[in-house]
Write a protein that binds this ligand. Structure first.
Ligand code: DGL
Length: 266
């Protein structure tokens, strides 16, 4: 018998970075199949305007809907920052979960974390989405934000540690090092790959928060509350990309540390 609950969860990102969210979703929801859409033809989103990112995000959600997903995770921080309300207004019958609200909700349960740093792409930081969401919940927070655009390239080159990466971290984060925040949000899909080296930079004294973890948890709660969990086993995941599947596959295998099959051009 047909059951909507068996349908896959859709995840979209500008490219490969959203696989950090994919990995957390698979951990939190091993019985769910995932259709991942990487808009590799139009990456990066992080240097594009809010209007352009909204249009791309609209296309991505429409595409995932034609593939029959039961919910959509906006893995891309830039798309979440620029387009989440825009998408909620346009897709009123579809559960769409961005990566910003879940970590903000978590932070608001931890008022002892008063000084909060956000790092992300240029567009994410300039949008003020994290900053506004946090301040709406607690106006006494002290928030600092820094765009770290080079981190995306370092991660895609596999430079998860080493001299060049440490220099880039110092270049962006040295103003924060003098008076470190209580918590730092990794507000970009790629940054979890730098988690350890960033933590070491602050001598382990700053709580580092990975948005992917909180997003996967939120998705699990929403699917459970709405009775939308798949009661059977997951089918094979599928990866859809708007540019060359082979280059996506190679980077994806580096991110996920396992073989990636089922990559299709769309
Ligand atoms: N996925 C983007 C983000 O999380 C980073 C890569 C890009 O700029 O497209 O903001």
């Amino acid at each position: 018998m047909f059951s909507f609950n068996k349908n896959p969860v859709g995840i979209f990102d500008s490219g490969v970075g959203g696989l950090t969210v994919f990995a957390e979703v698979k951990k939190a929801l091993p019985n769910e199949s995932v259709f991942y859409l990487g808009d590799t033809a139009r990456v990066p989103y992080g240097s594009k305007s809010v209007d352009v990112v909204r249009q791309y995000s609209l296309t991505n959600v429409n595409l995932l809907m034609t593939l029959g997903v039961k919910a959509v995770v906006v893995a891309c921080n830039t798309a979440s920052a620029a387009a989440i309300s825009f998408l909620h207004e346009r897709f009123t019958n579809l559960k769409i979960i961005g990566v910003i609200d879940p970590v903000v909700e978590y932070l608001l349960t931890r008022p002892e974390l008063r000084r909060i740093a956000i790092i992300g792409t240029n567009t994410t930081v300039a949008s003020g989405a994290y900053q506004q969401a946090l301040l709406r919940g607690n106006k006494n927070l002290d928030i600092m934000a820094k765009a770290c655009p080079l981190f995306v390239h370092l991660v895609e080159e596999g430079l998860f540690k080493g001299e060049i990466t440490e220099k880039a971290i110092d270049m962006y984060l040295s103003p924060m090092k003098k008076n470190p925040p209580d918590a730092l949000v990794l507000g970009c899909t790629h940054y979890p790959m730098l988690r350890d080296v960033i933590s070491d930079y602050f001598d382990g004294r700053v709580e580092i928060l990975d948005t992917a973890f909180y997003t996967a948890k939120k998705l699990a709660d929403i699917l459970a509350d709405d009775g939308m969990l798949n009661s059977g086993n997951a089918e094979d995941d599928r990866f859809f990309v708007t540019d060359d599947p082979n280059s996506f596959r190679a980077t994806a295998e580096m991110f996920l540390k396992h073989k990636v099959d089922n990559v299709f051009h769309i």
